[in-house]
Design a protein around this ligand. Sequence first.
Ligand code: VER
Length: 233
Amino acid sequence: YRDSDEHLLPTDLSEMLAAGTKEVHEKAENTEFVKDFLRGRIRKELFKLGHVALFFTYSAMEEQIERNKEHPHLAALYFPHELHRRDALARDLQYFYSEGWQNQISVSPATQRYVERIQQIGQDEPALLVAHAYTRYMGDLSGGQVLRKVAQRAMKLPPTGEGLNFYQFDGIHSAKAFKQLYRSRMNELELDTHTKQKIVEEAILAFQFNVEVSSAVEQSWCFSCDLKRVSYL
Ligand code: VER
């Protein structure tokens, strides 16, 4: 037993990310939007707006991942079949908004800022895309599975899974095993300490973007809907 071992800072990227985002994860879990969601108080209009925001976010992220898929810091984390959500979100939006959904949705300012950051690092510092992929995909494979059940029950969506494709990872049999694979792939990347720290910083930023987007979704209700906060679906 060596006391000093317990005080060593982690050097594996997966552990640095988990430790570095612990505090902001708690913040992300505690926005009104997320708390209402977990209680099953889901207003369908807000759920739809959340999906619209996710659609723009994943479109940007996956476009940049695609563009940089041969980059040495991203190639080992390239799992389009298993992870990519853009098409699943498009199917969900088609279900919620019907034909012509593309013309009914628009990007909110908070989502636009998130998207611009993803595009900027995709151009200038592709290694930092690791942070964005981690924040979304590892989250979707963790808490996301709880959200699927809550959403299905609260909005009485059909058991066939329509409207819930986003939460359904058809290419992944065990979320737990896949997360372990993803963590080991992150840890095998050849990154110096400075770059790893920058990835952790970027992940914290990615969480903050998510918090801002969900607060904006929450607030948009007051301005755009006559019913205000009366009815919960
Ligand atoms: Fe989190 N999450 N989460 N989460 N999450 C876990 C891991 C995890 C949970 C539960 C859990 C977010 O919100 C929630 C993220 C990212 C995010 C568990 C493990 C709940 C119940 C909620 C609330 C809905 C949000 C909003 C995000 C980011 C957008 C990541 C990245 C991880 C992986 C941590 C790691 O490194 O193992 C039970």
